[in-house]
Design a protein. Structure first.
Length: 226
């Protein structure tokens, strides 16, 4: 009798163990990827997937990384940037704080090698009195654009139905890409790539804002020097 009871008890334990293991496998299956893959993404997936094809390769080139920390905030950063720009414009101030569209932190890297794309509203005099780096070069894209050792910047003007009064006084948008610490030499290829990366982020922002003529940005980045 005791032997049979022991067998039944063993069978129950085995059944419970199988159920637990099965539940764990289902949970993993629903995730569709391992913990490592959830934590890190490739260049084509970082920044809500605004980089694709050859541009993703350029992100890898200028940052020196192929895997980046995943953010898990799809679409939220773009919404935040647009919200901040709208609030700055509505405030009537000369300039306004903004937000980062994208933060690309390479796997295993520290804060110093974090690449960032950010936007804010600039004051009119900022365009008239540029704070150009000695080593930066000027490009033809936007109201003003530059690229140098540490990244790229662009100045734009946006007229949009979403911005009351912008047909008379456009929203002034400043965007910058800082590529952080990188072993990539300061060569023309790296500067052009930095501007192309910034262009992708800026294009996403101006389209979300509904800027007429995409605030003067072409669909493909212009890397023509002035």
């Amino acid at each position: 009798m005791s032997s049979n009871f022991g067998s039944v008890r063993h069978s129950k334990r085995l059944a419970v163990l199988i159920l637990i293991m099965g539940a764990g496998m289902v949970a993993c299956g629903q995730g569709g990827e391992s913990g490592e893959e959830k934590r890190f993404v490739g260049a084509s997936e970082v920044c809500d997937g605004i980089f694709s094809g050859a541009l993703a390769k350029k992100v890898e080139f200028v940052t020196g990384d192929v895997l980046f920390t995943g953010t898990g905030t799809k679409g939220r950063k773009l919404e935040k940037v647009v919200e901040e720009l709208k609030m700055s414009y509505a405030s009537g101030r000369e300039w306004g704080t903004g937000a980062n569209l994208c933060e690309m932190k390479g796997k295993g890297g520290g804060v110093s090698n974090r690449a960032v794309i950010g936007f804010h509203m600039y004051a009119e005099q900022d365009l008239e009195n540029p704070r150009k780096s000695v080593s930066a070069e000027s490009y033809t894209m936007g109201k003003r654009s530059e690229a140098g050792k540490f990244g790229a910047l662009v100045y734009l003007e946006c007229v949009s139905p979403q911005l009351k009064g912008s047909d008379a006084t456009p929203l002034r948008i400043y965007g910058n890409f800082t590529r952080g610490k990188s072993d990539v030499p300061d060569a023309r290829a790296a500067r052009d790539a930095s501007l192309e990366i910034l262009h992708a982020g800026a294009l996403a922002v101006v389209k979300e804002l509904g800027c007429e003529n995409s605030a003067g940005l072409p669909e493909s980045a212009s890397v023509t020097l002035k």
